[in-house]
Design a protein around this ligand. Sequence first.
Ligand code: MEV
Length: 309
Amino acid sequence: MKVSFSAPAKVILSGEHAVVYGKPALVSSLDLRLKTTILKGEGESLENLNVVEKVVEEYLRKNKIPFKKQSYRVKIDSQIPIGRGLGSSASFSVASVASFLKFLTGKNFSKEVVNNLAYRVEKHFHGRPSGIDNSASCFGGLIFYRREFEFLKVISRLNFKIPKNIENKLYLVDTGKPVESTREMVEKVGRLLNEKPKETRLIFSEVERVTKQMVVAIVKEDLNFFAKAVKRNEELLEELGVVSKFALKKLLPLKESGVFKITGAGGEKGPVGFVLYVDLKGKGKEVLEKTGFSYFKFKFDDKGLLEEK
Ligand code: MEV
């Protein structure tokens, strides 16, 4: 018996960090996948998979869904760079939850069930995630996401794509793996909110405005308006203290041809993970090479979680 599911990477286009505090964020899934395969037989277990197994079994027991435990081995194949803001952890959680559900019961479950369980797994890994990463990976496409309460997450899957005139200008630039974990960066913003509640809440409100502007820019296929939102979102993230001086200095050449923003939790001391770059003037490669970082073209995905045969 072999069970296999894959789930895509994600890119937060606008609203990271503010989304932890109930503000909306806009996220897109990306055409890079992680695949979990479970096979019958003996094999070494991974610590992270034990978490998935525990969460899935708890759910099945609580809902009185019959399942059969049997020994297994697992294979993970991933195209997603790890720990750099592209949601490798969330795609692992989503693909692995779906695989375990099917391995234990022989049945497929809805994406809603998989997503809820993947969120529980993510909480084990990251403390207090907003749930945006696993939702983007599970459902795929463009998602306007807002966590109203712990029990109510509004996942609005928009029925349009990133238009080609915008997508063609987008690159993802790899500044490297941040020294800090997502959990640490989320805690850092939490401290700022405690120390300067009024100012920080104002930043979050401004992020919300920018996120909505970005949705409008996409609907109207307006590249310049989109770029303006990216630039403003980056400024606000810098105010939140999640963009290191190191990265800003290295990314300076990008300004010759366009605008950029970090995507995901960012970093304080060194690298900030991946950066979303909008190459407005079309000098793309020339300025990207100057940064010394590796990069690739953004490619939209709208399939989300998939069963692999
Ligand atoms: C991480 O990809 C995005 C953050 O907003 C954290 C979260 O939403 O859980 C920084």
